[in-house]
Write a protein that binds this ligand. Structure first.
Ligand code: SLL
Length: 316
């Protein structure tokens, strides 16, 4: 699983630069000139105001407004790591949870209803590949739209994690996935290019048949925390690979539930356009194969361990 963007910039105390002749003359300020209070203010304003405005207010460049956010995120990641070092969270060894997901966009041409700024209506979404509720896994998704939209940063705090809009152009949508707290995972960044038009320019536009672009992926939790593992292991959205050893709790893999859960996408109004990743064919065989491999790995590991024990020189 790709982890969140912590940026290339190293986090650390923002020290004031040594006074130079240049710093006394009037010029644009640099990142290092900002006080901690100003940085906090910029972070708070960043989502609420266009970056250019925030930048102007503090006499810095727009790119520096973004850099500050990355710096802040890297700092948070580091704090989390430090915390974990002091008080390690218990993780389940030899186990991997995987959650098949699908994400993408479905866009309809508006036909007669189209105007210059709104030729299409579209929906961007992240769903379980089998349309189960992702609410127990994901706490929120932040969709970042093109700056030409009003309030381009959209936060969806409950499942289903989707957003509908209308517009005129194609662009890249970034989605930051935040996991439930007990998963103790960093955020995950997904990117999807919104498509409004068919590849083939000559294909007639239709208000009935949408342009659908969807990607399949899996959220993989290696050695999940014990809290997260026991809470989600039996959910139909979750596949358990490997065996938890001494925890010895039954696996929830490949369990199929017909129960309608809040937040699932089983009766979704766009459901007919969703890709189908059936439990019964491909997915089952992939999951089955994966479980087999995990079992073999566990077997080999324990064989190696017992060999190593035998080889250990006994204490004099
Ligand atoms: C393009 N680079 O030129 C892309 C930008 C932006 C699309 C596309 C805004 C709609 C609204 C909108 O659709 N922006 O203002 O409500 O194709």
């Amino acid at each position: 699983m790709a982890s969140g963007d912590t940026g290339a910039i190293e986090a650390g105390p923002v020290a004031a630069p040594p006074p130079t002749a240049a710093s006394t003359t009037k010029r644009k300020r640099r990142l290092a000139d900002l006080t901690a209070e100003e940085i906090n203010e910029i972070v708070a304003l960043r989502g609420k105001m266009p970056q250019t405005v925030v930048g102007k207010r503090f006499g810095i460049e727009q790119t520096e407004v973004s850099a500050i956010q990355r710096l802040q995120r890297a700092k948070t990641a580091r704090l989390l790591e430090d915390q974990e070092k002091k008080n390690p969270i218990k993780r389940v060894k030899n186990v991997e949870l995987s959650v098949p997901i699908a994400y993408g966009t479905i866009s309809f041409w508006l036909g007669k209803k189209a105007d210059d700024l709104h030729s299409h209506k579209w929906t961007v979404y992240i769903r379980s590949a089998t349309n189960e509720d992702l609410g127990p896994i994901i706490s929120k998704v932040v969709f970042q739209l093109h700056p030409s939209f009003n309030n381009p940063t959209r936060v969806v705090e409950s499942a289903p994690f989707e957003l509908s809009e209308s517009g005129w152009g194609e662009f890249e949508i970034s989605m930051t996935v935040f996991f439930q707290k007990d998963a103790a995972e960093k955020t995950l960044e997904l990117f999807h290019h919104l498509k409004l038009y068919h590849e083939d320019d000559n294909a007639p536009q239709s208000t009935k048949k949408p342009v659908v672009v969807e990607s399949y992926d899996e959220l993989v939790f290696q050695e999940p925390t014990e809290a997260f593992y026991s809470r989600v292991k039996n959910l139909p959205a979750v596949h358990v690979n490997g065996s938890p050893g001494e925890l010895n709790v039954s696996s929830g893999a490949l369990e199929i539930s017909n129960e309608r859960k809040r937040g699932d996408t089983k009766d979704h109004q766009l459901g007919q356009w969703f890709g189908k990743y059936s439990e019964t064919d491909e997915l089952t065989s992939i999951m089955g194969a994966r479980q087999q491999v995990q079992k073999e790995i566990a077997k080999l590991k324990s064989m190696l361990d017992s060999e190593a024990m035998k080889l250990k020189p006994s204490a004099p």
